[in-house]
Design a protein. Structure first.
Ligand code: NAD
Length: 256
């Protein structure tokens, strides 16, 4: 379905980004990977779908590096047809204890990076009259939790940016939507499970059950594969008139 298209997925060396990159590759899209840590393992997982994979190590807190990543993708594959703004970080603390430099980093990586990447890819998408921008927001783009001020502010901002991007391109073939997961068991969430286990002196399994029970009525993690299927739908022809939506896949979290 996406043969001949190129998808740039930020933060695709791990977790949800890797899952989305694999789901898009399974539909035939060539992939530009980005993110830190092990590159070769995730690259091989994506390439196993028979598509071309390129990597750019832009730090998503740095606008000049984001531009270089988009230009790399364009020169390597000719175009960026699908942009997935996925890279993200978390820090958990009350506002009065929240380190200002962590606030700045979360706003830069979880929100401003999507603005920069979008402004660099939009002219090309509009000239070809086809494009898909998927912003990996969160259920925290819709509702709040204590001790996550920067994350909640960034994700609410990302949902707002999604709506504006959708509206500014509404008469074109370029759509923009947000995906809003509840808990997904990735390294980002494992750190929160570990912190809870250490704080309460309980096992990993007990901390996991507590984490899900506090927020997610289904008591199940959403999986990167499930999110990948949603991303594929939003990139399909059937997603043509889905514009500016914030689609939660959160086990009922935001329904409460
Ligand atoms: P993760 O920690 O597994 O992956 C994050 C990815 O972002 C990694 O590839 C990492 O290298 C990359 N990254 C981090 N900082 C970067 C930077 N400065 N520049 C470039 N890349 C950088 O996390 P995840 O859980 O897969 O999260 C992915 C996205 O999904 C995030 O935006 C997160 O907020 C969102 N999300 C996650 C959950 C969850 O439960 N895991 C729920 C809702 C939303």
């Amino acid at each position: 379905m996406l043969k001949g298209k190129t998808a740039l997925v930020t933060g695709s060396t791990s977790g949800i980004g890797l899952g989305l990159a694999k789901a898009l590759a399974a539909q035939g899209a060539n992939i530009v990977m980005n993110g830190f840590g092990d590159i070769e393992g995730p690259k091989a997982e994506i390439a196993a779908f028979g598509v071309s994979v390129s990597y750019h190590g832009a730090d998503m807190s740095k606008p000049a590096e984001i531009e270089a990543m988009v230009r790399h993708a364009e020169s390597h594959f000719g175009a960026v047809d699908i942009l997935v703004n996925n890279a993200g970080i978390q820090h958990v603390a009350r506002i009065e204890d929240f380190p200002p430099e962590r606030w700045d980093a979360i706003l830069a990586i979880n929100l401003s990076s999507a603005f920069h990447a979008s402004r660099f890819v939009l002219p090309g998408m509009r000239s070809r009259n086809w494009g898909r921008i998927l912003n990996l927001a969160s259920v925290h783009g819709l509702v709040a939790s204590a001790e996550k001020s920067a994350y909640v502010a960034a994700k609410h901002g990302l949902v707002g940016l999604t709506k504006v991007t959708a509206l500014e391109n509404a008469t074109t073939g370029v759509t923009c939507n947000a995906i809003c997961p509840g808990w997904v068991l990735t390294p980002l969430v494992q750190k929160q499970v570990d912190a809870k286990a250490a704080l309460l002196g309980i096992s990993n399994a007990e901390a996991t059950a507590l984490l899900l029970g506090e927020k997610e009525p289904s008591l199940q993690f959403t999986t990167p594969d499930e999110l990948g299927a949603l991303a594929v739908f939003l990139c399909s022809a059937a997603g043509n008139n889905v514009r500016g939506v914030a689609w939660n896949m959160d086990g009922g979290w935001a329904a409460q």
